[in-house]
Design a protein around this ligand. Structure first.
Ligand code: GLC
Ligand code: CA
Length: 536
């Protein structure tokens, strides 16, 4: 595939790094990470790791019932994280280094403390009443429909003062905005403009598939494949979300959002979208007029097996419209830590190579570059409402523990006990130690990111799967402008013999086992859990 002269956008060629601000770096000794802390670590992001863009989870004023995803003011910074001046400094420090800044946009719901909701709930005649979704109870007093919330319980709460229910598919403190109301649309598009004027380069958009609900708010049908053993309050888990997600009318709104982004040069819209492939692919728009990057979470829920992963990648490649740019994610603040999910450190290294060599924009979750594993959170320290309501095994706190910078107490994250405990391995698993260790996972990430940056084939080249002739191996070729890179990933715990005929000698770019030199693709032995990137 010739890419010569083709202009690519930064969000196509770059590597995105997700920061959970509460847990990255505390600068003022209150045990909670903050914006000034992120500024302190900017050189790590740019020079040490070498990423191109950072995405910050919410730092807006919030009662923190859902740790910032319940926003009380879209256009300010929570004092816990800093202030607007600090944010401006963060953008300036990032841009000075050539780093792009993506912020979280949470359009589906506000906090119940947002001035809009306070006004909306004040009376049925309130001018903001129709900014949220209010409905009368059924004649027997029960909620307007059967929908359940993601974090357990019904999706409706009765407001006794005005006698109506309001909709919230997360915690009751997250009332949902009524995007069928043009005033809401206008106000929310202005939020995008507010941040773009401050220099923000893009948005990660929270649950955008939920913005529009069925016009009649019909009952959701039961899910015949609901897993057994769900807690009684998990109404959501027992339903299909036929009328609450991915309604056709949502695409009009996404196009309006995209038009707003396009008022500013080269801004990116990334959507949190969970639907199946046919529903998901629609969010690119019919002519690329919706989101540039609907997040692709497919690798997250698959068994960590070469065949399943390859089938998913191939299906994605086949489903993408010609203008659709792929992207891959292995973890985020809502999932268990990747190294714990995929079965250990050796697999996590192969995973890093996969993420950073597939065709499409990779997003790395903070701490994954150290191979961080699930934190152990004592039951009385569980903070996440999902864990509190649906059981300790569902708590997302495990993936939100403090970043591990060095072997000092609190891992260099804070001078006091942090809001979540530091993982017990921090004395050995930290940035400072791994920088000294040529075989560390951090060294591998740095190398993979640097190699990707230097390779047109890896950044923008075509993708072609290869038959390895052995089970448990995922292999593919990336190619651009005469440069060819072959990736061969052994998911087996044993060595494996593979053959890729038709290629001349390969020069190893990166091996997860540290091997160097020349290899013959036609007759190749991969070490257990070895991933190999070679130029041909
Ligand atoms: C998204 C966020 C998650 C949050 C939820 C409600 O799924 O990633 O952290 O709890 O939306 O905003
Ligand atoms: Ca702090």
């Amino acid at each position: 595939m010739s890419t010569v002269g083709k202009p690519y956008h930064w969000w196509q060629t770059g590597v995105v790094y997700q920061i959970y601000p509460r847990s990255f770096q505390d600068s003022n000794g209150d045990g909670i990470g903050d914006l000034a802390g992120i500024i302190l670590r900017m050189d790590y992001l740019k020079d040490t790791l070498g990423v191109d863009a950072i995405w910050l989870s919410p730092f807006y004023p919030s009662p923190m019932v859902d740790f910032g995803y319940d926003i009380a003011d879209y256009c300010d910074v929570d004092p816990m994280f800093g202030d607007l001046a600090t944010f401006d400094r963060l953008v300036a420090e990032a841009h000075r280094r050539g780093l792009k800044v993506i912020v979280d946009y949470v359009p589906n719901h506000t906090s119940d403390q947002h001035a809009w909701f306070v006004e909306s709930r004040a009376s049925r005649q309130s001018p903001k009443r129709e900014w949220y979704i209010w409905r009368d109870p059924k004649p027997d007093g029960s909620p307007p429909n059967n929908w359940g919330g993601f974090f357990g319980g019904p999706a409706w709460t009765l407001d006794p003062a005005t006698g109506q229910y309001y909709l919230h598919q997360f915690v009751p403190e997250q009332p949902e905005l009524n995007w069928r109301n043009p005033e809401v649309v206008r106000a929310m598009l202005d939020v995008l403009r507010f941040w773009m004027k401050r220099g923000v380069d893009g948005f990660r958009m929270d649950v955008v598939g939920l913005l529009i609900k069925d016009a009649e708010l019909r009952d959701n049908p039961p899910n015949p494949n609901a897993p057994a053993g769900l807690p009684p309050n998990d109404i959501f888990g027992r339903q299909l979300h036929t009328y609450s997600e991915d309604q056709d009318e949502v695409h009009d709104l996404i196009r309006q959002i995209r038009c707003t982004l396009d008022e500013f040069p080269d801004r990116v819209g990334i959507g949190e979208l969970w639907g199946d492939l046919p529903r998901w692919v629609k969010y690119y728009g019919e002519n690329g007029d919706e989101l540039q990057l609907p997040f692709n979470f497919r690798l997250i829920h698959l068994p960590w097996k070469a065949e399943a992963l390859q089938a998913s990648v191939d299906a994605l490649e086949a489903a993408l419209p010609p203008f659709g740019w792929p992207n891959y994610v292995l973890s985020n603040h809502d999932q268990a830590r990747f190294a714990s999910r995929c079965g250990g450190q050796a697999q996590a290294r192969v995973a890093a190579m996969l993420l950073l060599s597939l065709r499409g924009t990779p997003t790395v979750y903070y701490g994954d570059e150290l191979g961080l594993e699930n934190g152990v959170i004592p039951p009385h320290k569980i903070q996440d409402p999902q864990g509190v309501n649906l059981g300790a095994h569902r708590t997302r706190d495990v993936a939100r523990t403090p970043m591990q910078w060095d072997a000092r107490p609190q891992a260099g994250f804070s001078s006091v006990e942090p809001w979540l405990p530091v993982t017990s391995d921090f004395e050995v698993r930290n940035v400072a130690a791994q920088l000294q260790d040529p075989s560390s996972v951090l060294t591998l990430y740095r190398r993979l990111i640097a190699v990707r940056r230097g390779s047109r084939a890896l950044q923008v080249g075509s993708y072609r799967p290869l038959e390895a002739g052995a089970p448990g191996v995922f292999a593919f070729v990336r190619e651009a402008d005469g440069e060819r890179v072959l990736a061969a990933l052994n998911f087996n715990g044993e060595p494996v013999q593979v053959a890729f005929p038709g290629f001349g000698a390969g020069q190893i770019l990166v091996s997860t086992s540290g091997r160097e030199g020349e290899v013959a693709p036609a007759d190749l032995t991969l070490a257990p859990h070895e991933g190999l990137l070679m130029t041909l």
